[in-house]
Design a protein around this ligand. Structure first.
Ligand SMILES: O=C(O)c1cc(C(=O)O)c2c(n1)C(=O)C(=O)c1cc(C(=O)O)[nH]c1-2
Length: 249
């Protein structure tokens, strides 16, 4: 049976409550101050791959949209990450964080050393958005409903626990707190408007579930490689490499 708008929204929110990556042990370690400097670096290197792929995902989405009003709404997402003449954009802000934790931003932006599972998961998200219906693509972006809470926790946890954390190094997250709410309000309303049959509601819920898997599996890979059991796959980043100091020396 097709759910009411409110019941369907509650179903989507429950997916986040059950499966969002704020529950992953790696995030508890990171936000609680339990990560070593190298574990923080590994997170920054791998998460960069997500950041660099998000605008490509949004461009893939826009390339399939025929409605100029929807494209107009969507394109600010690309500018938020890639920047404009007046805004450095999220990718540059992420590289500031990379420098603050002692990484060479050129190394990080080369995406060498990214874990294979990170690439598989993130590339699967871009492919999903390229190939599935527009409804499924927008529904997959709705994990951002749950992101402001994790960004707030992260800012507070990093400021409290790590010397590298300050307004400049954490500017990526401060900005997302301003940018994400408008995106997600639009995306949620669009999904609620367009998922008007049971079949479409099921497909949207499945897309959001898929996206929680994309996020969770990245942290599983990070945890296995750099925390427990510490099995770094061939070709992935080795602590002691890709550092700023090495470049200065
Ligand atoms: O730090 C996080 O936990 C987190 C999660 C997510 C998300 O839920 O997909 C995004 C972001 N951050 C983020 O910064 C971001 O720009 C973003 C874009 C998207 C998307 O799917 O279009 N998700 C996310």
């Amino acid at each position: 049976m097709t759910q009411s708008r409110d019941a369907f929204e509650a179903r989507l929110r429950q997916i986040g409550a059950d499966r969002y990556h704020d529950k992953h042990p790696f995030h508890h370690l990171l936000h609680g101050g339990g990560c070593t400097p190298d574990q923080v670096r590994a997170w920054v290197i791998n998460r960069y791959y997500y950041q660099h792929s998000i605008p490509m995902k949004d461009a893939a989405f826009m390339s399939r949209v025929e409605d100029p009003d929807l494209r107009r709404q969507w394109r600010s997402r690309i500018e938020d990450h890639d920047g404009t003449e007046t805004n450095p954009g999220g990718i540059r802000r992420w590289l500031k964080l990379a420098e603050a934790v002692g990484l060479d931003p050129e190394y990080v932006s080369s995406t060498e050393g990214v874990l294979p599972a990170t690439k598989f998961a993130v590339d699967a998200y871009v492919r999903f958005v390229r190939e599935k219906t527009l409804l499924e693509a927008v529904a997959a972006s709705l994990t951002e409903l749950f992101a402001p809470a994790i960004h707030k926790n992260r800012i507070a946890g990093l400021l409290q626990n790590y010397d590298f954390a300050d307004d400049s190094s954490l500017s990526y997250f401060q900005n997302r707190l301003k940018e994400a709410p408008k995106d997600v309000a639009f995306g949620l309303a669009w999904v609620l408007d367009h998922a008007d049959t049971q079949e479409k509601q099921d497909a949207a819920a499945k897309a959001l579930t898929f996206k929680t898997d994309v996020l969770w599996s990245q942290l599983d890979a990070l945890h296995a490689a750099y925390v427990e059991p510490g099995r770094i796959p061939p070709g992935a980043w080795q602590p002691g490499t890709g550092l700023l100091d090495a470049k200065a020396a």
